[in-house]
Design a protein around this ligand. Structure first.
Ligand SMILES: [Zn+2]
Length: 258
């Protein structure tokens, strides 16, 4: 009796977790209502320049991401409703749990659970409850010239993003933030992890372009603009990026392939 009851309870928990994940996915892939994205700035170091930069941030600083996503959605016949509205949260005083340095599946899964647990403390901005939460760790570029990799989790709809506390880097920060945001929508990476070279065709903004090189844009999940089969450059800003058809299918802007 107890045995059966325990199984029943477990099944119920699994079903509700599954249902919540499915609901969250169908919310982000429907494109028929505005999703609220909470952006939580965090100082990654104690540099006065970082602190000043955090103070200078305002919701307007992220407007270009909202506009870009709406333009991309429109290019696929969606975007009648503004896809996202970014809410800027007050800067957090504590760092989120950081991912393990080693590429270890089990450690990564454990970290993702830890992050989701930690993020429960930050489920609201005032009385508002965002659909997606992006924790953006700002680094003083003088102290950290190369940033650690950023992460976006579809489960839990959380991004942990490393960015530069510098106005000159704001346009590139926007590309990284948008890339991780799209991971929370279910988009996958489309580049070679070892060489960082985008995969053809799925990681190309214009995979059918003749001649193929140089590409004019970077596919947002491909990450870089291919200039040749073994050469690619980081886009300077969102203006130089697109959502390609493969990503569009993953996030629901195009029907899934048959
Ligand atoms: Zn990625």
């Amino acid at each position: 009796m107890w045995h059966r009851l325990r199984i029943l309870v477990l099944l119920l928990i699994l079903a509700s977790v599954g249902l919540e994940t499915w609901r969250a996915h169908s919310r982000t892939s429907a494109w028929n209502r505005t999703l609220h994205v909470g952006l939580y700035p965090v100082a990654a170091d104690d540099s006065p320049a970082t602190a000043r930069y955090l103070q200078s941030l305002e919701a307007e600083s992220f407007q270009e991401i909202e506009t870009w996503l709406q333009e991309q959605a429109r290019a696929y016949g969606q975007g009648q409703v503004e896809p996202i509205d970014i809410w800027l949260a007050p800067a957090l005083r504590e760092l989120p749990p950081l991912p393990p340095r080693q590429a270890d599946m089990l450690a990564a899964a454990g970290w993702s659970l830890k992050l989701r647990w930690w993020a429960r403390e930050h489920s609201h901005i005032g009385r508002l409850k965002p659909d997606i939460r992006l924790f953006v760790l700002y680094h003083d570029p003088e102290r950290t010239p190369a940033l650690p990799p950023s992460t976006g989790l579809e489960r839990g709809k959380i991004g942990l993003i490393h960015a530069f506390a510098s106005r000159a880097q704001a346009a590139q920060n926007a590309v990284v933030i948008t890339h991780e945001l799209l991971h929370t929508f279910g988009a996958t990476d489309k580049y070679d992890l070892a060489t960082l070279q985008p995969f053809h065709p799925q990681g190309y903004a214009e995979p059918e372009r003749v001649p193929l090189y140089p590409q004019r844009y970077a596919e947002i999940m491909g990450g870089r603009t291919p200039l040749g089969p073994d050469q690619a450059e980081i886009p300077a800003g969102l203006r130089q990026t697109l959502i390609g058809p493969a990503t569009a299918r993953e996030v629901g802007l195009l029907p899934p392939s048959p």
